[in-house]
Design a binder for this molecule. Sequence first.
Ligand SMILES: Cc1ncc(COP(=O)(O)O)c(C=O)c1O
Length: 385
Amino acid sequence: MQTFNFDKPINRFDTDSVRWNKYNRDVIPLWVADMDFASPPCIIRALKDRMNHEIFGYTHAPEGLKEDIVDYLASHYNWHIESDWIVFVPSLVSSLYSLAINVTHPKAHILTLQPVYHHILNAAKNSGRDYTEIPLSQDNQRLALNSESILSYAKSNSEMLFFCNPHNPGGTVYKFDEISEIARICEQKDLIICSDEIHCGMVYPGKQHIPIASVSEDAANRTITLMSINKTFNIPGTGLAWLVCKNIALRQKASKDFGTIIPDPQIFSYIATKAALKNGEPWRQAMMEYLITNYELLSSAITKMPRLHLYTMEASFLAWISCQDLKEDNPSQLFLQNGVAMQPGSMFHQPDHVRLNIATPKVYLEEALKRMRKAVSSKDKLLNY
Ligand SMILES: Cc1ncc(COP(=O)(O)O)c(C=O)c1O
């Protein structure tokens, strides 16, 4: 059996890391969504093999990659698609922006969510269309889009709903009944669904990722699903994503900028993704076991900081923490002053929250939690004074 060492800290300074280069070296940077774990050996091997060829010319997707994705989606999510429903892109983010413009009319209204990954917010905002952020509902510290709220926020010219499952931030994994109801309401309001499912490879035990396009024939025909395994296998710097869209007319509109304004993916992204799909599963399972123990560590530390409230994580490594009771205008600044960098909630339009990345060796997480506790107790003293 292969073993992997997720405990070993790897120095990421001097690698031009977005996450590690931003702050002083004594800050623990738990903000941007990549992991501090070495990628699976099967990916490293495949990249090295390709390097050895020494010519890196223009490259199309490897033979059979779409079929590998078809098999992966069938075996992991029981989602049965055809290979020509897949279109490769170098980045899921740029696709969000181009889709908002290319699949809706200029006078359309777009529905997006709040809180949600900032590019999902900004794709709606930058489209020049009218848009509304639907506040997610909270049930027992679990965030979710309530299907009824789509009805209350939709307008007569609403054409598209941005959806995110598993949700970023917070990691909600939608259940079959929830997803089916959301899809049913989108049918009732005739909305295109743009579903960002990039975190679906990191679902916690007892949960199951269900692509919204898989719940009905109607949902398949109105959904553009955006996926990538970059997050799951920690290869976001190589950049490969794809959309899945059964509806040919919608797929053509969605692909309008691909290969022109949005460039084709680059050579190493294909190699890395192909290797991960073929041979990455043992690493993925081991990484998930590690992530779950980090989540347990975080949950137990947060219970000792009663002014902080952690939302239930059902997937991925982006913890969403309410700091409302800290009575701080900018809680991420308070934590930064104490040596932990987190994503400020204002990026997700909830300034009294922070997002913490837990995909890091335990030595970093434990130290970050200690510093957070110190920050919270300094505030406690002031508030109790
Ligand atoms: C929900 C979501 N979508 C997209 C992305 C980024 O996708 P890409 O790196 O393919 O542009 C992220 C990264 O954090 C994310 O959390």
